[in-house]
Design a protein. Structure first.
Length: 346
């Protein structure tokens, strides 16, 4: 893939959009659709109702090479959520290791939890096509956060549904591969009066409500836990195959690229014109593309700053004064006011 190395940070010329047919239907859409039709109202919900407004037909989804767009996949999950929000954890139980061929084997044979989570993050474009997983580690905890990859998970209820699905998938799969008890912590933005799947209680997950961001965490010391089903030989073979596939695939979205560049320049955030220039497009074109992703540049800047600030505050790594300095705020009071505004973002 061609790279633009301006300002020292590589940027792909090619990226995925919300309307690219990039998601294999047989591995991602089939399971949610089958589970929804089987369980919702004891199978009385018709397929065309679950598929409404998606532009998809049930007979196409079973085709070997048929792919759907992120926008279609988000609409499908939104339809399922509308019928029964508990379907998130039900789908999550079946989601991993899934039907991703060698990528499923990669998770199955990861030698330890650290390798499992690292692989999930690295190949998140396949495992989690709508939400980009981001792994953040400190000496105490390792957290998995998710960014909206295409700007299609805009509704708060759909965001909660998607996070719950991913959290259920990861916790259930790791608990299956490594059966010893683990101390999972789940931070959710919604209040306690909104139902939470009983499976999280069954797994012993510590759920924190009304948190500033969705986050799944585990103690960093647990990352070295060995996986009981792992085969080192199989792992080495599939690791090579997955790496080769990655080299030949466009895996980043426009929002992934912009957020990545912003995180690399926290102290000196690039201006909109600088970012557009790095992406080799005009300011107007860049604004128009962001609008198609239901966002704008300042919102992304605020989102990245807020996420990094909350992470540092959560771990107690830096004081507010030090965080303000890191983000190039000269006045800590101004920083605190800005943080309140950032946290108000939906």
């Amino acid at each position: 893939m061609k790279l633009n190395d301006k300002q020292g940070i590589p940027i792909p010329f090619d990226w995925l959009t919300a309307d690219d047919r990039s998601i294999p239907a047989i591995s991602h859409v089939s399971t949610p659709l089958e589970l929804a039709l089987h369980q919702l109202h004891q199978g009385t919900v018709a397929a065309h109702f679950i598929l409404r407004r998606t532009g998809l037909f049930q007979e196409d989804i079973a085709k070997q090479n048929f792919k759907v767009t992120p926008r279609q996949f988000a609409c499908l999950l939104s339809n399922i959520k509308h019928e029964n929000e508990d379907m998130a954890s039900t789908i999550g139980l079946r989601y991993l290791p899934g039907s991703f061929h060698e990528f499923s084997d990669l998770l199955m044979h990861s030698p330890d939890i650290n390798a499992f989570l690292s692989n999930f993050e690295r190949f998140g474009f396949l495992y989690s096509p709508l939400l980009t997983p981001r792994l953040c580690s400190t000496s105490r905890t390792t957290s998995l956060l998710f960014d909206d990859r295409f700007g299609v998970v805009t509704h708060l209820k759909l965001k909660r549904f998607m996070f719950e699905l991913m959290a259920s998938a990861i916790v259930s799969c790791i608990n299956w591969l490594q059966p010893k008890p683990l101390n999972w912590t789940l931070e959710v933005c919604h209040p306690r009066n909104i139902r939470q799947p009983c499976m999280f209680d069954h797994w012993g997950v510590d759920v924190h409500y009304e948190s500033p961001q969705y986050r799944l965490s585990i103690q960093t010391g647990d990352l070295a836990r060995q996986m009981a089903r792992a085969s080192n030989t199989v792992y080495q073979v599939v690791s090579q195959k997955c790496a080769e596939y990655e080299e030949q695939t466009i895996s980043l979205s426009l929002l992934d690229i912009v957020r990545g560049r912003l995180r690399a320049n926290l102290r000196d955030m690039p201006k909109l014109s600088d970012m557009a220039n790095a992406l080799e497009m005009s300011d107007a074109t860049f604004k128009r593309k962001l609008k198609l992703h239901h966002t704008h540049y300042q919102r992304l800047v605020d989102e990245v700053r807020c996420s990094e600030t909350l992470l540092l505050q959560k771990e107690g790594l830096l004081s507010d004064e030090q965080i303000a300095e890191k983000l190039n705020f000269y006045d800590v009071s101004n920083f605190r006011r800005s943080l309140k505004r950032w946290r108000a973002l939906p």
